[in-house]
Ligand binder design. Structure first.
Ligand code: PGA
Length: 249
């Protein structure tokens, strides 16, 4: 079965609820005939307003993090059931900014991923190497560790999405070349199959993320291993995001 492409916006810490609702209202008509899956991962406080604004469109709602406990004394955190109550379907887990600034580890990524899967959310789990790691030839070693630890005990890889985001390409305007991205994503898929046999890895979707934009999306998406994109900066502009969604035109 072919893997359905998935283009997801990661708004990060941008847009008030009102601004977010306006953004998706502008986006709706532009992507009405999209053939791929379209997701917007919005700040938690924007979720109610964006849920209302996407009504009647193909846009699916995503969050940017989820806690691993069902509830309890975890000040500042949000549970899977709270997200599900607002129709959230997807959740980004382990974004490099969370690993870098908020102490997220492979272990906490694993716990959040398992909790999201158990609740019925589709995790978009981010992995990727730093510039230093790439330049020291450590890319595969780092990815291998992130996969091994971050995906421990996952039973069905068709129920999650991996976003391969080389850290040096995020927000820098420096994209991996399409071939580089394709090669690394092929490695990730091979590795998941090897580390987790008989867990449906062949049906798992892998996105590329890192300075993907209206200009380079077509070339990246033409690569056989790349099943989608996780888009930061360009997802804040309806025209640019729509152009990426229409990579197949
Ligand atoms: P960018 O961000 O598209 O702005 O590089 C991608 C991401 O961090 O998910």
């Amino acid at each position: 079965m072919a893997r359905k492409p998935i283009i997801a916006g990661n708004w990060k810490m941008n847009n008030t609820a009102e601004e977010g609702a306006a953004l998706v209202k502008a986006l709706k008509p532009l992507i009405a005939d999209a053939k791929c899956e379209v997701v917007v991962c919005v700040p938690a406080i924007d979720i109610p307003a964006v849920k209302k604004a996407i009504h009647g469109s193909k846009i699916k709602l995503g969050a940017q993090n989820v806690h691993f406990a069902e509830k309890g004394a975890y000040t500042g955190e949000i549970s899977a059931s709270m997200l599900l109550a607002y129709g959230v379907k997807y959740v980004i887990i382990g974004h490099s900014e969370r690993r870098q600034y908020f102490g997220e580890t492979d272990e906490s990524v694993n716990k959040r991923t398992l909790a999201a899967l158990k609740a019925g959310l589709t995790p978009i789990v981010c992995i990727g190497e730093s510039l230093e790691e790439r330049e020291s030839g450590l890319t595969e070693k780092v990815l291998d560790r992130q996969l091994r630890e971050g995906f421990k005990d996952v039973e069905d890889f068709s129920k999650l999405v991996i976003a391969y985001e080389p850290i040096w390409a995020i927000g820098t305007g420096r994209t991996a070349t399409a071939e580089q991205a394709n090669e690394t994503i092929a490695y990730i898929r091979r590795r998941v199959k090897r580390l987790f046999p008989h867990k449906n890895a062949g049906r798992m979707r892998i996105q590329y993320g890192g300075s993907m934009n209206a200009k380079n999306a077509k070339e990246l998406m033409a690569q056989p291993e790349i099943d989608g994109g996780l888009i930061g900066g360009a997802s804040l502009k309806p025209d640019d995001f729509a152009a990426i969604v229409h990579f197949d035109r």
